[in-house]
Design a protein around this ligand. Structure first.
Ligand code: GAL
Length: 691
């Protein structure tokens, strides 16, 4: 899409949040804009759930309150990210079009009174979203306050799949376009199994509830179809807006927290990629999950600066235990996003709502008002971001590529896998965590992408790998790349059918190893392996999985000391062309991965930064400068080797920067003199010791 669009027409970094003036009387609006100015807010998202108050009955519009608030915001120097309210159709819409309601896989029709209840395949819904998007764009395209369009809200959440009759009909059309005829469909779905052969298109349905598990290829295609239908709805609105409006158009994704949408395809459709991210409070190191989300968001935007459309100032309201952020945590979160390429830092939401389902959700202006820690931290953050305008447009320098493929994840999530303990989310996190702790920045990529710029490609969970994508990975290694593949990868093709030649077959040459049998472990069982590479042998703890490996050219670097594959190969390294293919056939945690990754880094010409684990350093670069964004997640002060100007305090650092416990800093460094983090080595030199 049109990534060259300058966005938004704002000076510096965007700062603000979702704003719901329709929930408040006019005197509160005036207080809101005054406080927005105090906090340095320069952008708010409005109208996201306001359909019923804008189109009061079919085709009848009331723009009076929107006109008023947009003008008021503009008079106060606050720009508008104008939402289309299509995630929550009005009651009159469902009364007129009951068939537009979503049906879940158990046949339950989703009722009114929540949000996200409409079928993306419903012709009536599609007509209605085009009408409201057109009306809004026609009215506000020329308003100087409007700098961005915010289509819908989090496609695929809470409703993704729809099993209504209109969805089934659309699914058949989609399948006919994909396969042409029933013979091709029967072959792709392997319908000879369990007598599922189809002789008439009218018999093909959605994978709704059935007595036992439903055909996995059918389910995988339904996931693709669901994503396609949602994306078509986005495109309908985008085109309706574009017919009137020049401003960039986005929709807020949920990077690694929603699994219904293939964000790579969505990234291609947006002018500006935006993301909502919420910490998972039960995770004591949720900031690592945050970093994954931020890197994924930047990656699906192919490296362009992006916008953090929502995060929280403190607790959310929808987790089992909604833990408040600790002092300073909100700023650390915001700076992590900024460091990983965000040019806008926005929150859900501006003012805490009194009514409705989200009244216990934190906000920039909490129920306690301005005499509160959260408000003071918001004002402080706004002030800090206000000093960083020059970062806008700079891009992140990544060290390593990691595969992230929604189709593979959808396939792996289907039923009846060898072990319920093998989870792609968990595996991505483990490998990502190792890289994060080592200070290496990750770009996520698809297995079919051009990988030649990356010295190392990590594949933590690539269960589905097409022959074409496998050939791409093979070529990457042959041309000198280092590829690290984790177990239960390259198992099936695009139809969830096992590769001819067995598990891992399309990577046999790159990795030099065959997988004879999967050997999952029992719940809680551990089975160590013995690692020996460039030094004394050490034992590494492992769990969940082993494999019966048959090395066909690869060197065995670690063997199982215990478990069903005891004595057999566990980790292998293969010279292939000018490069190296590593294979890890069991589950290791981030600590046990340390010696493994150190060896892999050596092959790739990379090194850990040597900073204490928990100090996050990411570099954004522009033509003029390198910006080092440092976030100290530890309880100890640290010294960072860097020369330049610290922009938050305006102080010069001549070689080192003292970063307080829990602190953040942004240093403008002259590129030639910048101390490149990856050129320093681990201070303890203890590459083989596992903490
Ligand atoms: C987001 C959603 C917002 C709000 C928020 C609460 O997923 O887009 O509207 O519900 O969650 O955390």
């Amino acid at each position: 899409m049109n990534r060259s669009t300058p966005w938004p027409a704002l000076p510096g970094i965007a700062f603000g949040g979702d704003y719901n003036p329709e929930q408040w009387p006019r005197d509160v609006w005036r207080e809101d804009v005054a406080l927005m100015r105090e906090a340095g807010v320069n952008l708010v998202s409005i109208g996201i759930f306001s359909w019923a108050l804008i189109e009061t009955s079919e085709g009848v519009f009331d723009f009076s309150w929107l006109d008023e608030i947009i003008d008021l915001l503009h008079e106060n120097g606050v720009a508008v990210d104008l939402g289309t309210p299509t995630a929550s159709p009005p009651a009159w819409f469902f009364a007129a079009h009951p068939e537009a309601r979503v049906v879940n896989r158990d046949g339950v029709v989703m009722g009114f009174g929540s949000r996200g209840m409409a079928s993306p395949s419903s012709p009536a819904y599609r007509e209605a979203i085009a009408r409201i998007a057109d009306a809004l764009a026609a009215r506000y395209a020329d308003h100087p306050a409007v700098v961005l369009w915010h289509v819908h809200n989090e496609y695929g959440v809470p409703v993704g799949e729809d099993h209504s009759p209109q969805s089934a009909a659309a699914f058949r059309v989609w399948l006919q376009e994909r396969y042409g005829d029933l013979d091709a469909l029967n072959a792709a779905w392997g319908t000879a199994f369990w007598g599922q052969h189809y002789t008439d298109w009218r018999h093909v349905g959605t994978p709704a509830a059935a007595p036992s598990t439903v055909n996995p290829a059918q389910k995988l295609d339904f996931a693709r179809f669901t994503d396609h239908q949602l994306r078509e709805c986005f495109i309908i609105e985008r085109e309706a807006i574009r017919a009137h409006a020049p401003q960039p158009i986005t929709t807020n994704m949920m990077a690694n927290q929603s699994w219904t949408t293939d964000l790579w395809a969505w990234g291609d459709e947006m002018d500006l990629v935006s993301d909502d991210h919420y910490l998972w409070a039960a995770d004591p190191e949720a900031h690592i999950g945050l970093a994954i989300a931020a890197d994924l968001t930047r990656s699906v935007g192919r490296g362009a600066p992006w916008m953090l459309m929502e995060h929280s100032t403190s607790a959310v309201n929808w987790q089992p235990r909604n833990i408040a952020k600790t002092p300073g945590e909100m700023a650390r979160n915001a700076f992590s996003h900024l460091g990983r390429g965000a040019d806008g830092i926005l929150f859900f939401q501006w003012r805490a709502g009194r009514s409705g389902a989200e009244k216990f959700h934190s906000a920039m202006l909490p129920h306690a008002g301005t005499r509160s820690r959260v408000w003071r931290e918001v004002v402080d953050l706004g002030e800090k971001l206000g000093r960083l305008g020059e970062l806008r447009g700079s891009t992140v320098r990544a060290d390593v590529a990691m595969l992230w493929d929604f189709e593979s994840f959808w396939a792996q999530d289907l039923d009846w896998r060898p072990s319920c303990d093998v989870d792609h989310r968990d595996l991505v996190r483990r490998y990502y965590e190792r890289l994060w702790r080592d200070g290496l920045t990750v770009d996520f990529v698809l297995p079919g992408d051009d990988l030649s710029a990356y010295p190392l490609v990590v594949a933590p969970a690539q269960y589905l790998l097409t022959a074409a994508d496998a050939a791409n990975l093979d070529e990457y290694v042959a041309r000198g790349g280092t590829l690290l593949v984790s177990f239960f990868s390259a198992v099936v093709d695009e139809h969830d059918a096992v590769h001819p030649g067995g598990f891992l077959a399309p990577l046999h040459e790159a990795l030099g190893v065959r997988v004879e049998e999967h050997l999952p472990l029992r719940e809680g069982e551990t089975a160590a392996l013995r690692w020996q590479h460039d030094g004394p042998a050490i034992e590494l703890p492992a769990d969940v999985w082993q494999e019966d490996l048959d090395p066909i050219g690869a060197e065995v670097i670690a063997r199982y000391a215990e478990g069903p594959a005891a004595g057999g190969a566990a980790i292998t390294r293969n010279a292939h062309g000018a490069g190296t293919g590593w294979y890890v056939s069991t589950r290791l945690d981030a600590a046990a991965l340390r010696p493994v990754l150190d060896a892999v880094y050596a092959d790739a010409g990379l090194r850990a930064t040597g900073m204490p684990e928990g100090v996050e350093l990411v570099t954004r670069e522009s033509a003029e400068a390198d910006y080092l964004i440092a976030v100290n997640h530890t309880a100890e002060p640290v010294e960072i080797p860097v020369a330049g100007e610290e922009l938050l305090t305006g102080t010069a650092c001549t070689g080192t920067l003292a970063l307080a416990a829990g602190g953040v800093a942004v240093v403008r460094a002259v590129p030639a003199r910048a101390v490149r983090a990856r050129e320093t080595s681990r201070p303890d030199g203890a590459a083989l010791s596992v903490p």
